[in-house]
Design a protein around this ligand. Structure first.
Ligand code: COA
Length: 357
């Protein structure tokens, strides 16, 4: 008998602090008008050291919400896979910190670094582990604290990125459906279009540098922009063809939320109307690995997904990496009483405070 992998819970979390485009006008030479026109972003969430909002803490909060939605206890988990490029520490893995915070003592836990495709790479790993019997129940998390690696003097990048976390619970099941396919791709020859750097060297060459903030982010936005639309389109078409589908079979596209113009470019190529695309880039900016699971959780809680719907997930990011998943949705549309009571963590009234980090 075949084993299928089903998403049975989703959750997300985001820092309280909202940083608007107007706030950013105060620290770099930019404008709300430019940011909205070129990216579609109006605000983003930025974590604070005064609250439990570091990478592991956001990941744990999102994971708890996903487990709650799945009606599952942490000790039932066999695996925790976290997609992130902004762990709190170089090691150990964020997954291990989440494991102990949850009390998921049986799970094998580890991280995956695949830029903004981290969540879909992690989903791919779990999907394959479930299908071959290596795991029965698993958590897949995408989490970023990009504010910790941002250069807040670089207007070309600091206006784009934000912090947050999203999670899904994947479970083995005998019912046909669930995750139908995952595809992952990389092209390392373009790694230098987007990376974190530490001066010119990776090892500090004088004691002065030891106090410096370890990593800053550098990006060639325009060259990335052009590649993003092509790669997203290509992997979406590959995913549809693999499943014998056309774009008409897709109920909802949940793409990586980097820039509304990238999403529109891909969607135009696929011939899918924008009404069938979930976007929240206006409220979160680009949260890298976290963007797809946050959007998926919001879409589910807004009642946009019912059992039998086909959902297309697509991402593109540093590496370069790009990835897709096609899901025949199998989770009930109705929120449980517990979920209703808890509410969606990211929709709670935010604290609008600046200056930032
Ligand atoms: N405010 C005002 N002006 C800005 C600005 C800002 N925040 N950032 C850049 N500019 C300026 C540039 O300096 C440039 O000025 P110049 O013409 O005088 O030199 C001008 O705007 C155009 O810059 P350019 O980089 O060509 O703009 P763009 O249309 O490509 O938009 C991005 C820039 C970053 C929004 C866009 O390239 C993008 O979204 N790229 C992909 C980013 C991405 O997805 N990264 C992560 C991978 S998932």
């Amino acid at each position: 008998m075949s084993t299928y992998s089903h998403i049975i819970g989703t959750g997300s979390a985001a820092p309280e602090r909202v940083v608007t485009n107007r706030d950013l006008e105060q620290i770099v030479d930019t404008s709300d008008d430019w940011i909205v026109r070129r990216t579609g972003i109006r605000e983003r969430r930025i974590s604070s050291l005064e609250r439990p909002e570091n990478t592991a803490e956001m990941a744990t909060k999102a994971a708890r919400e996903a487990l709650e939605a799945a009606g599952m206890e942490p000790d039932e988990l066999d695996m925790i896979v976290v997609g992130t490029v902004t762990p709190d520490r170089q090691f150990p893995a964020t997954g291990c910190m989440v494991q102990t915070a949850l009390g998921a003592g049986r799970a094998a836990a580890f991280d995956i670094s695949a830029g903004c495709s981290g969540f879909l790479y992690a989903l791919n790993t779990v999907h394959n582990a479930v299908r071959c019997g290596a795991a029965g129940k698993a958590l897949v998390i995408g989490v970023e604290r990009l504010s910790s690696v941002l250069n807040w003097e670089d207007r070309g990048t600091c206006v784009l990125l934000g912090d947050g976390a999203g999670a899904v619970v994947v479970s083995a099941g005998s019912d046909n459906g669930g995750i139908l396919s995952t595809h992952i791709r990389s092209d390392g020859q373009f790694w230098d279009l987007l990376y974190a750097y530490y001066g010119e060297n990776h090892i500090p060459d004088s004691l002065d540098h030891l106090d410096a903030k370890p990593f800053k982010l550098r990006m060639e936005g325009n060259r990335l922009f052009k590649r993003a639309i092509g790669c997203l389109t290509e992997i979406a078409v590959e995913a549809l063809e693999h499943n014998g589908m056309t774009s008409r079979d897709i109920k909802l596209v949940v793409p990586h939320q980097a820039n509304i113009r990238i999403i529109q470019g891909m969607i135009r190529n696929l011939g899918i109307p924008m009404e069938q695309v979930y976007t929240n880039v206006d409220r979160f900016g680009n949260t890298s690995s976290a963007s797809i699971p946050i959007a998926l959780n919001e879409a589910r809680r807004e009642g946009l997904l019912t059992p039998g719907d086909h959902v297309l997930l697509v991402s593109f990011g540093a590496g370069l990496t790009w990835a897709s998943a096609v899901i025949r949705w199998s989770m009930e549309a109705v929120l449980s009483e517990a979920e209703d009571a808890v509410g969606c963590a990211i929709n709670q009234a935010p604290a609008a405070i600046f200056p930032g980090p």
